[in-house]
Design a protein. Sequence first.
Length: 487
Amino acid sequence: MDVRTSYDALFIDGDWRASQGGGTTDVINPATGSAFGTVPQGTVADMEAAIAAARRAFDEGPWPRMDQRERTALLLRFAAVLESWKDVVGPVVMQESGALQTLIDGTHFGLGLARFRYAAETALRSFDVGTSLGVGYGDVLGGSAVVREPIGVVGAITPFNFPTYLNLAKLGPALAVGNTVVLKPSPLTPLEGLVLGAVAAEAGLPEGVLNIVTGGADVGELLVADRRVDMISFTGSDATGARVMAGAAPSLKRVVLELGGKSALIVREDADVQAAAAAAFGSFTLHAGQGCVLLTRHLVHRSVAEEFVDALRAKAAATVVGDPADPATTMGPLISAAQHRRVCGYLDIAREEGGRFATGGAALDGPGFFVPPTVVEGLGEHARLAQEEIFGPVATVIPFADDEEAVRMGNNSDFGLSGGIFSRNTGAAWRMARRLRTAVVRINGGGTAPDLEAPTAGWKRSGVGTEHGLSGLHEFTLEKSIAFRVG
Ligand code: NAD
């Protein structure tokens, strides 16, 4: 089992290769603020080599031409190897990303491996040749065979918040349909990327099929711009997503972008307010608020707003903020000193904008990067706290008068990633859900057990293209119609 907290090489062309720049980067445990590992600092020269390897593996190697059953079997072996290493990889995930054990079990390994296996298995049944009979062509008998084929070389770029989960959710569908991949993980969470190289080697993936290069924006920019790369699957902020789209434009490659959010939870006056508050709190404090789909704008009918805020306050008082290595901890740290400064900056903005803290509002002492659950009241829907993605455990509660106002406020966002409604009138909740301009709406806490078939596609500034489900798998393919004439 080749799992480490320090690597001295990158995974390129099926082998471990020293970085051509020779530099190293410390990996910081956000709960302690101290380095616990090192990785090579990937350079554009390393990225060049990885792209060349992925290109060669696609153009000349066995992977895209392999029988689907064999490819699926190799990917299921990859999943089995990673799962069998869980007890050793799990602590690395905890130290690197600050995830609680519950998230490691449920999201990183549970959902990550489920999505990976879903893609590998679905590829077995979704690539049958479709046929269409040519009609409207006079006397000629003919038709078309419609096939799906891999796009080619896929560049996968991932953020820091759920690295293992997001890496698996991208690699599964990209590889399942026969693409080769260059993965560039976040510079804040490189270990969770590199360990997948060891898994690929153990599982026996052919050389060049999966390449992993650490590094920052310069390394990512080369991957995005390079003409040998056919598609970029990117997850990260909307600002970087816009740069990726622009960087991909000259080569006209396909992009799938899964970006940020500022999702609204609407609590109607007939809601089970305690259940709504429990869901709201669980959401905006999940992984210390570092999640794209979290419900951070709480729009609450004014008749129940006080009860709702009281319930949030009680839950905040019961929260144990600390190192995830301590089993008593219920909420961990922010990823970095920079992210901690950014979130604290928003607490200052809340004060300047006239907000009141129902709970929280001040950073906790280090050495780790901690902010307590924070609920802000007294701000309007246009306030920066109600519009910008903070990526920390900070929620804004805004009262509304009726459904019309709730829907209007819900849609008053540049983003459209997620959303929620609590109401005992499920018909009214359904009608409201249809009016919300967002990709996902969870009614009365639905979606806690994710449906692997359900696609996710960020609306507005939350994304371009689709992830998950069959349509997410199809994003990594191209359709080809082969027309034939019989007579
Ligand atoms: P980020 O945009 O700063 O970085 C994401 C990745 O892009 C990193 O690997 C980074 O090194 C790389 N990168 C940076 N500049 C680049 C460039 N010019 N060209 C190519 N690559 C570049 O995001 P982050 O701070 O790591 O993550 C937080 C963001 O991710 C939040 O906005 C969050 O909402 C979003 N996110 C979205 C989803 C989703 O599914 N929609 C899931 C998780 C996180």
